[in-house]
Structure formats: C-alpha cells, structure tokens
Design a binder for this molecule. Structure first.
Ligand code: NAG
Ligand code: NAG
Ligand code: NAG
Ligand code: NAG
Ligand code: NAG
Ligand code: NAG
Length: 288
C-alpha cells in the first residue's frame, strides 16, 4: 500500500547493510569478549571456572601400564640363557581424581601451591586383562641383595634366608602386587626392622608426591598451571642434563590459546623427569 516493491528492496538492502556492518564490528568484538572472558576465567584463583576444575580434575585422567613377562626363567637361572620377554598390557588405572589439598595462594608472585593426593582405580574396560593377571618378573629384593651387601659372610647369611623363604631370582606376581606392593617373603625373614613391602609405586594411595608451586596466570595467561617449583626447587638434582629441569605443567591442564605448532612440556614425578609432546593429528571420534 504505502510501500511499493522498490521501497521494500531499498529497506531490505539498508537493513542488510546495517547488519553486515554490525556483524563486521561484533565479530572482532565478540572474539575480544571471548578472549577476555577466557583470560579471566582460566586464572587459578578462588571463584573462576578453571579453579574449580583444577582443584578436582573434571575430566578422567588415565595411566596405563605395560609389563614384560619373562618367558624362560629356568633357562636363565640354570643355563644363563639370554632373557626372553613378552610385553603385555595395557592395564589402565584412573588417577588424579582426588582434590588437591593444602592450597595456598601467593598474590605477590602470582603462584599457587598445593599437594596432589594420589589414588588409582582399576579400569577393566580399558585394560587387556584383570588386576589378577600374573607375570614372571625379576625378584628385585633377591637381585639387589648381593649388590647392596658385598661382604661374603653376609651373603652366605642372605643366601640361606633366600632359600628358606623359597625365593628365587624370578617370581610370579599379579599386576596389582607388582604395581601397588606386596610383602616380600625374603625381606620378612631378615632379622632387622627393614621395609618388607616392595612395589613399583608403593606407597601410592593417600600419599602425595610433594609440594607443587604453579603460576596462576593472573599476570600472564600463557603461564597458567606451569610449574614454577617442585618441592621448592626448579631442578630435580637427579639427572645431569635438561631432563633435570622442572618444566611445563603436570599434564592435567595447559594454558589456553595453544597453537598446534607449540611443543607442550610437562613434568611427571613418577618417572622423575620432564617430557614433551608434539601435535601430530586431530583425534577423530567418528568411527566408520
Ligand atoms: C640347559 O641346557 C641343557 C644343555 O643345552 C639342556 O639340556 C637343558 O634342557 C637346559 N635347561 C633348561 C632349564 O632349559
Ligand atoms: C597439609 O598441611 C598440613 C598442615 O600443614 C599437614 O599436616 C599435612 O601433612 C599436609 N598434607 C599433605 C598431603 O602434605
Ligand atoms: C587405592 O584406592 C582406590 C580407591 O580410591 C581403590 O580402588 C584401590 O584398590 C586402592 N589400591 C590399593 C593398592 O589399595
Ligand atoms: C582377584 O583375586 C581376588 C583375591 O583372590 C578376588 O577377590 C577377586 O575377585 C579377583 N578379581 C578378579 C577380577 O578376578
Ligand atoms: C638446573 O639444571 C640446568 C641444566 O642442567 C642448569 O643449567 C642449572 O644451572 C640448574 N639450576 C640449578 C638451580 O641447579
Ligand atoms: C625449564 O626450566 C628451567 C629451570 O627452571 C629454565 O631455566 C628453562 O628456561 C626452562 N625451559 C623451558 C623451555 O621452559
């Protein structure tokens, strides 16, 4: 009526142009707002989204183990044959599910310190067998004894204890025992009070590996969760090379805005060193 076809086209074009201009402005503004929000929310301090997720890791973290099974223990003992092993695994455990403790903030250095209590829960669906699977492995207590006590008389004594406990150079143990600890029959016979539990990660449950101090990212968002010191030191004093440096994060989280070209460094106290990962390809969740 009042508006003919031409008028409608012009109105449409004007509205379109206005929207395009708005879009042109809003896109960078939106990006800026998102970036600003992220920069604010990833800071590790009371009240941010990241902090809650960081205190108690929100996503499942798994640790997998592969163990070497000795195939020819008798041949090695009797004929000094070359050892033959077969790798089996993975045995998967869910770790890092406990909340961090003793969290203290230092606003002056923009750091936060904490201990991470440890726990491991077996995850059958991601494992090749059960925790009761058995492996034949080196008997660490028996193998180490002659090196620790070179004295001939002591060795005779230890040898009698090894025989009495029916221990040998090799032993058959379950995955659970090997990883989390078992009472060693030979060490139990030693007439002194010594630790008698042996295990690759014993003690684990409800222990902590030491105090970590990490950057909270308030002054520099690219430093979020990067470890400043571990047990109060920047070096481990264990290795003689770059392995000795405590670099990167604990691998549970990384700073935001990571480029694919960036090498991600992280530190693991279990292997007592830092390590790093490079981007190779995107993980595809689509199975066709
Ligand atoms: C040790 O070697 C001998 C001779 O080669 C062989 O007869 C015997 O079966 C071997 N023992 C074991 C436990 O393999
Ligand atoms: C946390 O701090 C308290 C008091 O300083 C201390 O007794 C406790 O051992 C600490 N916890 C851990 C896991 O280190
Ligand atoms: C450690 O604790 C978890 C539960 O937090 C339990 O499932 C697991 O069996 C425990 N491991 C050992 C070796 O006690
Ligand atoms: C493993 O062995 C223990 C003790 O013999 C038993 O209680 C448990 O049910 C076994 N677990 C599996 C998965 O077979
Ligand atoms: C830490 O290790 C690096 C590399 O080995 C070395 O250059 C540096 O001096 C060490 N720092 C301290 C405090 O020991
Ligand atoms: C690793 O940590 C050491 C010691 O804190 C530091 O000197 C070095 O610059 C760090 N290296 C990287 C690549 O961050």
């Amino acid at each position: 009526m009042g508006c003919d076809r031409n008028c409608g086209l012009i109105a449409g074009a004007v509205i379109g142009a206005v929207l395009a201009v708005f879009g042109g402005i809003l896109m960078p503004v939106g990006d800026m707002i998102i970036q600003k929000t992220i920069t604010k929310e990833v800071v590790l301090e009371e009240g941010t989204t990241a902090f809650k997720n960081w205190v108690k890791t929100g996503t499942a973290v798994y640790r997998q183990f592969w163990i070497f099974d000795v195939q020819n223990p008798q041949e090695v003992i009797i004929n000094s044959s070359t050892i033959k092993v077969k790798q089996r695994g993975p045995y998967t455990y869910r770790v890092r599910f406990l909340a961090k403790e003793n969290i203290t903030h230092d606003p002056e250095t923009n750091t936060v310190s904490f201990v991470q209590p440890r726990g491991a829960i077996f995850e059958p669906s991601l494992s090749s067998g059960t925790e009761n699977d058995t492996f034949t492995v080196l008997n660490l207590a028996v193998a180490a004894a002659p090196y620790l006590y070179p004295n001939a008389f002591v060795q005779v004594l230890l040898n009698s204890l090894i025989k009495k406990s029916k221990s040998s150079l090799f032993q058959t143990r379950t995955v659970k025992e090997l990883l989390w600890g078992y009472t060693d029959p030979f060490l139990s016979l030693v007439p002194y009070t010594i630790p008698t539990t042996v295990g690759a990660f014993f003690p684990y449950n409800n222990t902590a590996d030491g105090v970590y101090t990490v950057f909270n990212g308030k002054d520099d968002v690219s430093k979020v969760a990067i470890i400043d010191t571990y047990k109060g030191k920047k070096n481990l004093s264990y290795w003689s090379s770059y392995c000795d440096m405590v670099n990167g994060t604990d691998a549970a989280s990384f700073p935001p805005f990571v480029e694919k070209t960036r090498t991600l460094q992280f530190f693991s106290s279990d292997i007592c060193r830092k390590t790093s990962v490079h981007f190779t390809s995107s993980f595809s969740t689509c199975k066709s």
